[in-house]
Design a protein around this ligand. Structure first.
Ligand code: ARG
Length: 474
């Protein structure tokens, strides 16, 4: 077996006081999070500036020291923004990289920044600041997607299509109704994120390493400064809680599940067998060998990416399940699944809003399919019930009529009145008013049903909500 003789690290650690041997290089790399948590730099600096100002207000550090630290941090922000800053693995994470640079820039006074705080509450703060923005972005993207669905629904308030159960033709519905079903799903997703935001937006800083701090800090001032709605109540809970991250992955999993179902429908609907929808070129790809192909790649990818978001949720739940209070290094493993989830859900929503907006639905094909498959059989049964037959009996009669049509290779509305009356004398000539697709749709006028009237009501109720008022594009 090969032994790895590891090179010792050259970097002196900020926490190195009690250590006599350097850390081996690979161990250092293995333990470092800076490769991915550097993404938090902006939040780390904003949080540090607020912390530092609070320390000065409380007389814990001098105002001049505060000014030096703040301007040092502002310089570091510029360095990182411009790409000059070099993150070092030997400094482990984003927090240590910034703190070390601060000390290099302004001297030992930089070391006062960490007074009264720990990386444990610092990382909790940075993550929450990041997530607050991330959730707001998800909410905006959801709204864009909902707007696209809404606009297509308005465009297709007359388009009929087959409604399915078991992917077998069931009853005709309006395409608008089908699209608004997705609108509702994304509406609940948005509600979930809104609610999560209220739990994310609580200040963790000031919990210290785990037990609070001996300094006379003012957490409420910091909360106000950073726009938090509240201050966490228990320091142990604060540094070891990752519920909010898990909630986000869970809500994101539901968004992806909804997108994945929509993807499945678009993949089917864009096939040459269905031809219900034409996705614009920008979202399809060709085949390198089969010239006729137009593959709905983006839908397939989003369906596929759903798997990784579910995986991220499981990863976080599993990381957390056996941890004693309070912080444990295991928790550094929270970031990659979290970042990946945010990127995946934001990207998928972004693709979908545009893909829906630019999709063309084939209303002729849909209407044709809506009339096939004996889709108005239930309407015929309901007619018999209104004529006095118990529903079960009506079901039986129509079943026989369908079987007859299948044998004769014809359709229900194509039977003559006499042919129909052979199955039941309840049937009168007004039957033909009930078994067309248009009539079938219009008749489903119960609240929440697919009738034009119900769908119009839903459309106008949505348009009355401020975020969906016409003319607002955000
Ligand atoms: N990089 C660490 C993380 O993401 C920061 C917190 C480290 N705290 C500690 N006590 N080692 O979890």
């Amino acid at each position: 077996m090969k032994h790895d003789h590891q090179q010792p690290s050259s970097e002196k650690k900020l926490w190195g006081g009690r250590f006599s041997q350097p850390m081996a290089q690979f161990t250092e790399e293995f333990g470092a999070s800076v490769g991915y948590d550097q993404r938090l730099y902006r939040y780390d600096i904003i949080g540090s500036i607020a912390h530092c100002r609070m320390l000065a207000r409380q007389g814990i550090i001098h105002d001049v020291e505060c000014d030096m630290i703040v301007s040092g941090l502002e310089n570091i922000m510029l360095e990182i923004n411009s790409g000059e800053f070099e993150f070092q693995v030997s400094l482990e994470d984003v927090h240590m990289n910034i703190e070390k640079r601060l000390i290099d820039l302004i001297g030992p006074v930089g070391g006062k920044l960490h007074t009264g705080r720990s990386r444990n509450d610092q990382v909790a703060l940075d993550s929450r600041l990041f997530l607050r923005d991330a959730v707001k972005e998800i909410l905006q993207r959801l709204q864009q997607l909902q707007t696209a669905l809404l606009e297509q629904a308005e465009e297709h308030r007359e388009t009929v299509m087959p409604g399915y159960t078991h992917l077998q033709t069931a009853q005709p519905v309006l395409l608008a109704h089908h699209l608004l079903a997705y609108f509702e799903m994304f509406d609940r997703d948005a509600q979930r994120f809104d609610e999560i935001l209220s739990r994310v937006n609580i200040l963790p800083l000031g919990a210290g390493a785990l037990a609070g701090t001996t300094f006379n800090i003012d957490r409420h001032w910091v909360a106000q400064e950073l726009g938090f709605d509240g201050v966490s109540r228990n320091s142990l809970d604060t540094v070891s809680d990752r519920d909010a991250f898990i909630e986000i992955c869970s809500a994101a999993s539901l968004v992806m599940m909804h997108l994945s179902r929509l993807s499945e429908e678009f993949i089917l609907w864009s096939s040459s067998e269905f031809q219900f929808v034409h996705l614009s070129d920008g979202y399809c790809t060709g085949s390198s060998i089969m010239p006729q192909k137009r593959n709905p790649d983006m839908s397939e990818l989003v369906r596929g990416k759903t798997g990784r978001v579910y995986g991220n949720l499981m990863a976080l739940l599993t990381v957390m399940k056996g941890l004693p209070l309070a912080y444990n290094k295991d928790m550094q493993e929270d970031k990659e699944p979290l970042f990946d989830t945010i990127d995946t859900v934001v990207g998928s929503l972004r693709i979908y809003a545009e893909m829906i907006r630019t999709a063309t639905f084939n209303h002729q094909r849909m209407a044709q399919a809506a009339g096939a498959g004996f889709s108005t059989a239930t309407d015929l049964a309901d007619y018999l019930v209104r004529g006095g037959l118990p529903f079960r009996q009506a079901h039986e009669v129509v079943g026989k009529m369908v079987a007859h049509c299948e044998r004769e290779k014809t359709d229900l509305p194509d039977l003559t009145l006499e042919q129909m009356q052979r199955f039941s004398d309840v049937i009168k000539e007004d039957i033909f008013d009930y078994i067309t697709v248009e009539k079938s749709v219009a008749a489903r006028n119960s609240y929440g049903g697919t009738s034009h009237q119900q769908v119009e009501q839903q459309l106008s109720a949505i348009r009355q909500r401020p975020e969906f008022t016409p003319g607002r594009s955000d």
